[in-house]
Ligand binder design. Structure first.
Ligand code: IMP
Length: 197
C-alpha cells in the first residue's frame, strides 16, 4: 500500500508503528511531515470509539489511510477508572498529579485488590472509509509508591509480575515486548497481512 498517516507526532509511537507496520506501506508519515495540524476532541465513550474518531478525522483531512490509538489505565478497585480519562485523571493532568491522585484513591487497598491493566485500541481508517480495529491489554498491579525512571504516565506505579519490576524499570525493548500498544499493533499487522493476501 502507498502511504499511511499517523494521527500523532509522538516520537515513541511513530517509531513503534513504523517498526511493526513498515512492511505494509511505502511511506509512513506524521501530520507535521505533511503540514497538517488538527485537534480532535476525544468525545467517544470507549478506547475504540476514540481511536476511530481520531483516525477518521486524519483520514478525512488528508485523503490518506490514517492510524490512531487510544489507551489508558483500568483499575479494578476503582470500577475501571481512570480508563478513557487516564490523561486527564487529576485536575492538573500532569503525570505526577495523576499518579498522586491514583495513590490517594487506593490508600488502604491491600496488594491483592490492586489489580489493573493497560488497554490500547488501534484503528486504521482507510481512504475508502473501511475501518480496522484491534485491542491489546497488559495486566499488572498498582504499587504503593513509584519506582523507576523510564517510560511515562503511570509506569512508575504499574508493576509487572513476570519481570518483577515496574514498567518504569523496564528497558524500552522489554516494555514493547509486553505492552498493550505493542500487542494491539502486532494484532493489526496480522489483520493487514490477511487483507493484503
Ligand atoms: P493516549 O492514548 O496517548 O491519549 O494516552 C492516554 C493516557 O493513558 C496517557 O496520558 C497515560 O496517562 C496513560 N497511558 C497510556 N499508555 C500508557 C503507558 O504505556 N504507560 C503509562 N501510561 C500510559
Amino acid at each position: 500500500m502507498d502511504s499511511l498517516l499517523i494521527a500523532s507526532n509522538n516520537k515513541a509511537k511513530t517509531k513503534e508503528i513504523k517498526r511493526i507496520l513498515g512492511k505494509f506501506y511505502k511511506n509512513i508519515l506524521t501530520p507535521a511531515e505533511i503540514g497538517l495540524n488538527i485537534e480532535v476532541d476525544e468525545t467517544g465513550t470507549s478506547f475504540e470509539e476514540n481511536a476511530v474518531l481520531k483516525a477518521k478525522a486524519f483520514s478525512d483531512a488528508s485523503g490518506m489511510d490514517a492510524i490512531a490509538d487510544d489507551s489508558g489505565l483500568v483499575v479494578d478497585a476503582l470500577g475501571g477508572a481512570p480508563g478513557i480519562y487516564s490523561a486527564r485523571f487529576s485536575r492538573e493532568g500532569t503525570d505526577e498529579a495523576n499518579n498522586r491522585l491514583l495513590l490517594e484513591k487506593l490508600k488502604g487497598v491491600p496488594e491483592h485488590e490492586r489489580k489493573a491493566r493497560y488497554i490500547a485500541c488501534v484503528a486504521i481508517v482507510f481512504k475508502d472509509g473501511k475501518i480496522l480495529t484491534t485491542e491489546g491489554k497488559s495486566e499488572g498491579r498498582i504499587l504503593e509508591s513509584p519506582i523507576g525512571e523510564n517510560g511515562f504516565g503511570y509506569d512508575p506505579l504499574f508493576y509487572d509480575e513476570n519481570f518483577k519490576k515496574s514498567y518504569a524499570q523496564l528497558t524500552p525493548e522489554q516494555k514493547d515486548s509486553i505492552s498493550h500498544r505493542g500487542k494491539a499493533l502486532r494484532l493489526l499487522a496480522d489483520k493487514l497481512e490477511k487483507i493484503i493476501k
